[in-house]
Design a protein around this ligand. Structure first.
Ligand SMILES: NC(=O)c1ccc[n+]([C@@H]2O[C@H](COP(=O)([O-])OP(=O)(O)OC[C@H]3O[C@@H](n4cnc5c(N)ncnc54)[C@H](OP(=O)(O)O)[C@@H]3O)[C@@H](O)[C@H]2O)c1
Length: 249
């Protein structure tokens, strides 16, 4: 696998779950990692574990000024971006009758609009040989009850991976998506469920995975590293399911 020594990797949502595990994996391989998220305390803790080559910028992907501050920091500190992991996202599940406009707007603002403008603002720092990876979800493929809005946001990202790779191919920038199945991260705790409900949900969803278990964030990180590596130099516009066979078997 490619060495990431001195490669510049920017990760939105790098202070928790999949983003943090990916930041750790890149940092371990010598990359200069910049993480971005809203919560100051977890950003500080994450940056400490990532070591001297890492930095953390606090901000919200729905705020243009915060994204500008992230890109200004990367430009000043590193001058370029080799890998952009567009990963920040929220999950909320509602049956269609209860999916009010606030739910719809929140999910599309963060998961779709935030992701799109993260890419647009990062592009001036990206050149030949760099790459972008979006985090989508198995929910974009499956007809999961309660996931009409969440699944649609992730389907939009899947579409961006295709259309942006067409836009950017002549600049030598590859764009792909990693599509996780259920993964053990703090996201379940943020859905307003009780501890018992989370346990029950995890058990139920694990039963729907052909491999019989939920995934680990490090398993998604490994796939992101592959898509960012020279080993994936001929891969663009693709979506890699990392879901224990949930959407493929
Ligand atoms: N875990 C799963 O089962 C699973 C499955 C498929 C796809 N995914 C996707 O994987 C991605 C990462 O999720 P995760 O499971 O690692 O959950 P997580 O631990 O809750 O992480 C979500 C990350 O996104 C950041 N974030 C959310 N809203 C943001 C905003 N407005 N601005 C900036 N950062 C924001 C959070 O930062 P703060 O904490 O600072 O807000 C956090 O770092 C998400 O896109 C999710 O949809 C997860």
């Amino acid at each position: 696998m490619t060495s990431f020594t001195n490669k510049v990797v920017v990760i939105t949502g790098g202070n928790s779950g999949i983003g943090l595990a990916t930041a750790q994996a890149f940092a371990k391989d010598g990359a200069k990692v910049v993480i971005f998220g809203r919560d100051r305390e977890s950003l500080r803790n994450a940056a400490e574990t990532l070591g001297a080559n890492a930095s953390a910028i606090q901000g919200d992907v729905t705020k243009a000024a915060d994204l500008d501050a992230l890109i200004a920091h990367v430009k000043k500190t590193h001058g370029r971006i080799d890998t952009l992991f567009v990963n920040a996202g929220v999950a909320e599940f509602r049956p269609v009758d209860l999916a009010d406009e606030a739910h719809f707007d929140k999910l599309f603002d963060i998961n779709v609009k935030g992701a799109y403008y993260t890419v647009q603002k990062a592009l001036p720092l990206m050149g030949q040989g760099s790459s972008i990876v979006f985090t989508t979800s198995g929910a974009q493929e499956l007809g999961m009850a309660g996931a009409s809005v969440y699944g649609a946001t992730k389907a939009a990202l899947r579409s961006f991976a295709r259309t942006l790779s067409a836009d950017l191919k002549d600049r030598g920038i590859r764009v792909n998506a990693v599509s996780p199945g259920p993964v053990q991260t703090p996201i379940f705790g943020r859905m307003g469920l009780s501890h018992e409900q989370i346990e029950g949900f995890s058990k139920e969803i694990a039963g729907q995975v052909p491999m019989g278990r939920v995934g680990q964030a490090s398993e998604i990180a490994a796939a992101v590293k592959f898509l960012a590596s020279d080993g994936a130099a001929y891969i663009t516009g693709a979506s890699l399911p990392v879901d224990g066979g949930m959407t493929t078997l």
